[in-house]
Design a protein around this ligand. Structure first.
Ligand SMILES: Nc1ncnc2c1ncn2[C@@H]1O[C@H](COP(=O)(O)OP(=O)(O)OP(=O)(O)O)[C@@H](O)[C@H]1O
Ligand SMILES: [Mg+2]
Length: 287
């Protein structure tokens, strides 16, 4: 049950038609989809699962050293769009993706590209922490090993330590590096997964509701970490928590039924949304 463009048009109240015509260079999106220093450039991205058109003509830049939050009601396509950014939808047989997505200028939707290095460059952290059934050390060392990033055991040890330190986990696990990763607490497991992701020096970190299984203390630690990681990485985070989006992101993108409705500076989206659908969502009238 997707809203047609006309239905969405009718629901717009907050912005004048002239303003909208100027702004809506790209189908249906209010706000500036571009970034002055983009790391990822997505244009006219569509995703279908068989005949279900789950992402419609989405165009969006994701800037360097930026945290962009993706919000919207359940089923609006946030995870689907995030998965496009490192070709994870390839693992779903019914999924078909069209359009263009560039990472540092390189087209990643080309069938010919090797998705293994791509997924190291754009690493994903999932909702449910999913450490490998291996030791804490091996969870972090696995990626650097398969990508041949280190030349000696000493170098690997150092990379494991740095990654765990950057994920804010080192002090808690340094005495049990050989213990199973699955034996850590939920919040520690999620930080272990973040350490595993950053160990292979990604350019972009994709996070799909990374805190939804965590308590407020673990959530605060991860949010702090996201803020620190931004100095080095580009981060796209899907969240159902508007407080979290407001706390961690500089830009926010609002999705609705597969459309990217509005994108803008986080502060503006939460204080002065321009599209009626965004306003309804953030004020709790929808979803
Ligand atoms: N693996 C899949 N196979 C078929 N259809 C899918 C698959 N994943 C998602 N969909 C469909 O695509 C649409 C968007 O789903 P998606 O999971 O991207 O939404 P979402 O915004 O992440 O929702 P939520 O907030 O509940 O996680 C939905 O209609 C959903 O049923
Ligand atoms: Mg989702």
């Amino acid at each position: 049950m997707n809203a047609t463009a006309d239905e969405i048009e009718v629901k717009m109240g907050a912005v004048s038609a002239v303003d909208l015509a100027k702004e809506r260079e790209h189908a249906g999106t209010v706000g500036d989809i571009t970034s002055p220093d983009p790391r990822m450039v997505c244009r006219d991205v569509n995703v279908w699962y068989d005949s279900n058109h789950a992402i419609r003509q989405v165009s969006l830049d994701i800037g360097r050293n930026e945290v962009i939050a993706m919000i919207g009601p359940s089923g609006c396509g946030k995870s689907t769009f995030l998965r496009c950014l490192n070709r994870m939808n390839d693992t779903i047989p019914s999924a078909r993706v069209t359009g263009s997505i560039k990472l540092d200028g390189e087209e990643i939707l080309d069938r010919g590209i090797d998705v293994v290095p791509l997924r190291a460059r754009a690493g994903m952290v999932f909702q449910k922490p999913n450490p490998f059934p291996k030791s804490v050390y091996e969870n972090v060392a696995y990626g650097p090993r398969i990508h041949g990033l280190t030349n000696s055991r000493d170098e690997l040890d150092e990379l494991v330590e740095t990654s765990l330190r950057r994920a804010g986990l080192w002090d808690e696990v340094k005495d049990r590096l050989d213990a199973p990763g699955t034996g850590l607490s939920g919040g520690q497991q999620q930080r272990l997964c973040i350490a595993r992701t950053i160990a292979v020096s990604p350019e972009v970190i994709l996070m799909d509701e990374p805190c939804s299984a965590l308590d407020p203390i673990a959530t605060a630690i991860i949010e702090q970490l996201i803020d620190e990681l931004r100095e080095q990485y580009t981060i796209a985070i899907v969240t159902h928590s508007m407080q979290q989006a407001a706390r961690v992101s500089q830009r926010t993108a609002y999705f609705h039924l597969g459309d990217l409705i509005e994108v803008g500076p986080t502060e503006q989206i939460f204080s002065k949304p321009r599209h009626k659908l965004t306003e309804d969502y953030i004020t709790g009238r929808f979803g």
